[in-house]
Design a binder for this molecule. Structure first.
Ligand SMILES: Cc1cc2nc3c(=O)[nH]c(=O)nc-3n(C[C@H](O)[C@H](O)[C@H](O)COP(=O)(O)O)c2cc1C
Length: 201
């Protein structure tokens, strides 16, 4: 899935954190993109991990060393991440943790994530809450600012969306519109504040 909405800053990337066939993450991304399209206070880019195939992490030098000397596949990913002022990550919960695909992608960059905010949209039996809590810890290690506000898509919304298949109605997500609005507004506050601070530094 790809979509770019270009307006004024901040630049927010919506990261689709799963890649399997029939994934829910793509449906959640469609809803988020639709709702954010009405806002004029950010630039949104959808970043689909399917479009950034990475090997399981095997580089000799950790990205945290800050050298940015990545192999080609990782460089393309890191350069994309570098463009953003903040991130909204859509995550599943796999066996009470975050998806390995997403963690592997996060492990492939470091300075590109530093001092930027991240908010989460999760889904599953407890709205992805366990995965999101773990991702907040990962984000701290990446020197990011993980935010309190999140969107938790519970089975009462998730199930009808999945049952509807490709032709699902975006309005099935309507009960979560306010949660998304709050999370995005907070994300933009932090994105602006930290962008200014990064520039000043
Ligand atoms: C390997 C695997 C493990 C799962 N573990 C959990 C879990 O721990 N908690 C949960 O709420 N759902 C779990 N599920 C169900 C997922 O919430 C559901 O399949 C969801 O659609 C997965 O996200 P995706 O469609 O974007 O891949 C699991 C699914 C898979 C494939």
């Amino acid at each position: 899935m790809s979509a770019v909405i270009t307006r004024d800053k901040p630049r927010i990337q919506l990261i689709i954190g799963t890649g399997r066939e029939g994934r829910f993450s793509e449906k959640a991304a469609e809803w988020v993109t639709d709702r954010i399209a009405e806002r004029e206070d950010l630039d949104l880019e959808v970043v689909d991990l399917r479009d950034y195939p990475l090997s399981f992490y095997d580089q000799p030098v950790p990205p945290a060393y800050g050298r940015r000397d990545y192999p080609a596949e990782a460089a393309r990913w890191a350069e994309k991440i570098d463009e953003a002022d903040g991130y909204l990550i859509i995550t599943a919960e796999y066996n009470h943790g975050y998806p390995a695909l997403l963690k592997n992608a996060l492990d492939h960059a470091f300075p590109e994530f530093n001092r930027k905010p991240v908010a989460f949209v999760g889904y599953g039996n407890v709205g992805g809450a366990r995965a999101i809590e773990q991702l907040r810890l990962v984000a701290v290690e990446l020197e990011m600012a993980p935010l309190r506000h999140a969107v938790h898509v519970l089975p009462d919304v998730m199930r009808p969306v999945m049952q509807a298949g490709d032709a699902f109605d975006l309005e099935l997500f309507a009960p979560l519109d306010q949660r998304l609005e709050t999370a995005v507004t907070d994300l933009l506050w932090w994105a602006r504040a930290l962008a200014a601070a990064r520039t000043a530094a």
